[in-house]
Design a protein around this ligand. Structure first.
Ligand SMILES: N[C@@H](CCC(=O)N[C@@H](CS)C(=O)NCC(=O)O)C(=O)O
Length: 221
């Protein structure tokens, strides 16, 4: 039985899972949940995921709805080797730290920029939110500077941390909130991800551009 993924292409969290699934070559039974139409609140979806978020992965009796947990689970199940989620403890600790940073800091601060505009109808992102978001991007720039020329955790190939981060950073770029000149190290890393990750354009770039355009359309000059 193929794994079922409830998703929507524009969601960065869903895109990280789609990219990783392609990298480990796992077939997914994809089921769209249209957030614009509020489909995540339908009783049949809430019965699967009471938190009504996507991505949600169903593998038999296992239901997972945290994208980064889905990434590590898919590598454990399907990764031919473990380079995507390295077994060496120190390297894995770096990968985990980046996953937690992405989830708990960077993406939260991005929400502080974009949610007021796309959810609450504010004409533009709050100054304070922007400041905090750029502070977090600055931390990512510093962190990646320690591993110049490589992937986020200092490995030669991408790990789950890169898959999680790239979905977000490409969205910031597409929405016009990422200035490559200000963050040259992140920018070079982003280009590396674009070239390395199978199906990048189809699975991530196109939908990031669409979501970025949607965000921009909500901002009033
Ligand atoms: N930490 C979660 C966040 C998931 C999330 O917030 N997804 C959004 C879409 S980008 C969602 O499903 N929102 C619908 C809702 O909260 O009702 C993850 O990484 O999976």
């Amino acid at each position: 039985m193929p794994l079922v993924l409830y998703y929507m292409p524009m969601s960065p969290y869903c895109r990280s899972v789609l990219l990783l699934a392609r990298a480990v070559d796992v077939p997914l039974d994809l089921r769209t949940v249209n957030l614009m139409a509020g489909e995540q609140l339908k009783p049949e979806f809430v019965a699967i995921n009471p938190q009504h978020t996507i991505p949600t992965l169903v593998d038999g009796d296992l239901i997972l709805w945290e994208s980064r947990a889905i990434l590590t689970y898919l590598v454990g199940l399907y990764g031919k080797d473990k380079t995507l989620y390295p077994e060496d403890l120190k390297t894995r600790a770096k990968v985990d730290a980046l996953l937690y940073f992405d989830s708990g800091t960077l993406m939260q601060r991005w929400r502080g920029v974009v949610h007021p505009v796309i959810k609450d109808g504010a004409p533009k992102p709050p100054e304070k939110g922007l400041e905090q978001f750029h502070e977090a991007l600055g931390w990512l720039e510093t962190s990646l500077s320690q591993h110049k020329g490589k992937f986020a955790a200092g490995t030669d190939g991408p790990t789950v941390a890169d898959f999680a981060l790239v979905a977000g950073v490409s969205t910031y770029e597409a929405a016009g909130f990422f200035d490559a000149d200000k963050y040259p190290v992140i920018s070079a890393w982003l280009e590396r991800c674009k070239k390395t990750m199978p199906g990048y354009q189809e699975l991530n770039a196109d939908a990031a551009a669409k979501f970025g355009g949607f965000i921009q359309s909500k901002i009033k000059q």
